[in-house]
Design a protein around this ligand. Structure first.
Ligand SMILES: [Zn+2]
Length: 383
């Protein structure tokens, strides 16, 4: 019985951390050491490859004698950098166009974060949580605020500490959670929804509904744009300028939180209401570049797709992904003819063959749904 099988799922709880001054200094030092070790390993990999034609990444232990400050931070954090770099190379060799060659990290643009795995031996663990703190290897008990608590049976496997640009600290606690394998849900047309990505409406469904991002998110974005305009008129480095930059960063974090909240709720709503979701595997990065930058990546549609995927999977449901090169916009969903002369800016069009009037996005969403279900059927008969 599929419903009885046990599987491991992973859940993250994000907590706000309140390190004291000494712990904050240690965290800062750890971020720096992680960047340092990453850059050293990457440089040595390059030299080794140049000299011998073979791939090899030295382990962090090798650097400790010449860089004794590395001994001051949690060794686990350095080990994680080694694993991350190895993974980055594996990704690169498997799919160079998608991942790119691993890059050196500069203090200015690198994320301030480090991760450490939990090592459990008998009754002792290197990382654990108390009522109001997270215990870490070198830092000890770091005060924390928990938005929720892990359920019984969840095992803490890793912690990632991050410092935001506005100076707040967060901990991402990763838990391994035993769960039952859900019963697979068969996708049928009535229970399936087709979603078309839309720059202005976030998405449009095959029955013509849209998910416009909420008003408060737009208002924050307008505020951010206003601050940016003001910034451009101020003298960089002046006191007013500095204050406004800090205000902008706080607002920016606020927007990121609002957006994540919206994406979680929206994906939860869809995953609960439908048995299957058809979607196009659009390359959002390419679309964003075509449109000249930020707006698409900012909507978080890529993240929405990933959230939706795992929320469906956990209920035994499927995301049916249509290839991004499949024509969906130009095809008439009523008669199947391809309208090669379709004006790329037209929001509505009339099918020259069958005479149906289409809303551009809704028609595409219908096609995505039809093709998604068709692909599923073909895969079923092939296996
Ligand atoms: Zn037609």
């Amino acid at each position: 019985m599929a419903g009885q099988e046990r599987v491991i799922q992973y859940n993250t709880i994000k907590v706000r951390l309140y390190p004291d001054q000494k712990q904050a200094e240690l965290f800062q030092k750890t971020f720096g050491c992680c960047r340092y070790i990453w850059n050293r390993m990457l440089a040595d990999h390059e030299r080794f490859y140049f000299e011998t034609d073979a791939h090899f990444i030295p382990t962090p232990a090798k650097y400790k004698n010449e860089a004794p400050f590395l001994k001051e931070v949690d060794n686990q954090a350095l080990t994680q950098e080694f694993h991350r770099l190895s993974q980055a190379f594996r990704n690169f060799f498997r799919n160079p166009s998608a991942f790119g060659y691993p890059k050196f990290k500069r203090k200015k643009d690198a994320r301030n974060s480090f991760s450490a795995c939990n090592h459990v031996m008998g009754n002792s663990a290197t990382i654990y949580i108390t009522r109001n703190a997270v215990r870490m290897t070198k830092a000890g008990l770091v005060r924390a605020r928990f938005p929720r608590r892990p359920r019984s049976g969840w095992r803490l496997t890793r912690v990632t500490v991050e410092r935001t640009k506005t100076g707040k600290y967060y901990g991402y606690l990763l838990f391994a959670c035993p769960a039952r394998q859900p019963e697979p849900v068969e996708p049928v047309a009535e229970g399936t929804i087709g979603l078309k990505y839309s720059v202005s409406h976030f998405y449009v469904t095959d029955d013509g509904l849209t998910a416009d991002p909420p008003r408060w998110l737009r208002r924050s974005q307008e505020k951010a744009a206003a601050i940016q305009r003001k910034l451009s008129r101020l003298q960089p480095g002046s006191k007013n300028y500095q204050e406004l930059v800090q205000k902008y960063r706080l607002l920016h974090e606020h927007i990121a939180n609002q957006r994540r909240d919206f994406l979680h709720k929206e994906s939860r709503r869809i995953a609960n209401a439908w048995d299957a979701v058809c979607i196009r595997g659009d390359d959002l990065k390419a679309i964003s570049e075509e449109l000249g930058g930020s707006s698409v990546r900012d909507t978080g549609f890529g993240m929405f797709r990933e959230l939706l995927r795992y929320k469906l999977e956990r209920q035994g449901k499927q995301m049916l992904e249509v290839d991004r090169f499949t024509p969906t916009t130009k095809v008439c969903s009523a008669c199947g003819c391809v309208n090669e002369t379709l004006d790329p800016d037209a929001r509505q069009w009339l099918c020259p063959v069958c005479g149906t009037v289409h809303d551009r996005d809704v028609n595409a969403a219908v096609n995505i749904k039809t093709q998604g279900l068709e692909l599923y059927r073909m895969a079923q008969t092939a296996s």
